[in-house]
Design a protein around this ligand. Structure first.
Ligand SMILES: [Fe+2]
Length: 144
């Protein structure tokens, strides 16, 4: 599986949804489907990712997460990456370039997002729950 313990944030609802996304990515990466099926899987993945990001953003808002805007902008970038991949796949199919694009951008970008952005939020989440002082904003001088 593409997901591993190093991507665990410790926030159960976030981790469960992230694992579900990686399960869908596994299906896309490991199985050679006909193009119509792949496009349907990509559409389902995008829908699920959007719901997941929305749930995360609601949690950010509920906890007054100071870096919510930055985090949300990365969510948007990932959706754009999925759209671009879908368009290239629709045009060219399962070319070597598209397989590499899928691995380098669709999968690795999500891993990067979880490892950096979701983990950063998880530290904030824990600081709110436990009053820990370990968390600091990414950009302390934002003027917010
Ligand atoms: Fe996120």
């Amino acid at each position: 599986m593409l997901w591993n313990k190093s991507l665990e944030t410790g926030i159960e609802s976030v981790d469960k949804r992230n694992i579900d996304i990686f399960t869908q990515l596994d299906d896309l990466a490991n199985i050679r489907h006909e193009q119509r099926k792949v496009l349907q899987m990509l559409d389902n993945l995008e829908e699920f990712v959007k719901k997941n990001f929305s749930m995360e953003e609601n949690l950010h808002e509920a906890l007054d997460f100071p870096d919510a805007y930055l985090h949300k902008s990365h969510h948007k970038k990932y959706i754009v990456t999925l759209h671009r991949f879908r368009a290239r796949y629709l045009e060219n199919g399962a070319t070597l370039a598209n397989v590499i694009d899928f691995e380098k951008n669709v999968i690795e970008m999500l891993k990067h997002h979880i490892a950096c952005y979701d983990m950063h939020f998880a530290m904030y989440y824990r600081s709110r729950v436990t009053s820990s002082r370990l968390w600091t904003p990414l950009f302390a001088e934002t003027g917010r």
